[in-house]
Design a protein around this ligand. Structure first.
Ligand SMILES: CC(C)(COP(=O)(O)OP(=O)(O)OC[C@H]1O[C@@H](n2cnc3c(N)ncnc32)[C@H](O)[C@@H]1OP(=O)(O)O)[C@@H](O)C(=O)NCCC(=O)NCCS
Length: 175
């Protein structure tokens, strides 16, 4: 994808970034994996995670980093890393976590995820004083395979809230 630009997002990207996150979540977990989220839980989660306001606020989080991939003015993918939030006994907020790695359905399988992951991991290694952490849905074998290829191993499990619904997630660690 030679005409793709990878850059840091600005506040002006909040709306498009949130829309990409919302659509990719729906395509992946609702349409793709068929997780039967109750409608209200899904709506509350999507708004809290991906509304323009929520996205704008997340972009200002101290200690976090973002990357977007853009082609012809349209966002295709993004990644977000920052202080660890995963509930593992060996984890601390001084460790780095990959919070999201989302490639639009139409742009998957072209290497963008790998490219954004590499950038994220470089940043995370420079901004951690311990291991690196990723939370991933237990049924998301494609993402798990990608993370395993980059040295991540399963270190635990937890429940990720989607409204009042709980997804079974794996905690992955590198280092
Ligand atoms: C998982 C995801 C980040 C991978 O990014 P991508 O740009 O599609 O993947 P890449 O083209 O960089 O390929 C990376 C690896 O993924 C795997 N992969 C790619 N397309 C695949 C497919 N259609 N089926 C299965 N595995 C596939 C391959 O192992 C590939 O490695 P390879 O280069 O040795 O073939 C992306 O598909 C995505 O955003 N999915 C939806 C959201 C999601 O699941 N995010 C992760 C949540 S933790």
């Amino acid at each position: 994808m030679s005409d793709v630009v990878i850059r840091a997002p600005s506040p002006a990207d909040a709306e498009a970034l949130g829309a990409l996150g919302r659509q990719t979540f729906i395509d992946t977990f609702v349409t793709g994996f068929g997780i039967p989220y109750p409608e209200d839980d899904l709506a509350a989660f999507l708004d809290a995670s991906f509304s323009p306001e929520a996205t704008a606020a997340k972009l200002t989080e101290p200690g976090a980093a973002w990357w977007v991939a853009e082609r012809d003015g349209a966002l295709l993918a993004f990644a977000n890393a920052g202080p660890n939030t995963l509930p593992h006994r060996d984890a601390s907020t001084s460790h780095a976590e990959l919070r999201r790695l989302y490639v639009a359905k139409s742009a998957q399988g072209l290497g963008l995820g790998t490219k954004l992951l590499a950038l994220s991991l470089d940043w995370m290694e420079a901004n951690t004083d311990g291991p690196l952490w990723i939370g991933v849905w237990s049924g998301n074998l494609k993402a798990q395979k990608l993370y395993a290829m980059h040295g991540f191993e399963k270190a635990g499990e937890y429940q990720y809230p989607v409204g009042a619904w709980r997804d079974d997630e794996f905690i992955l660690r590198r280092g």
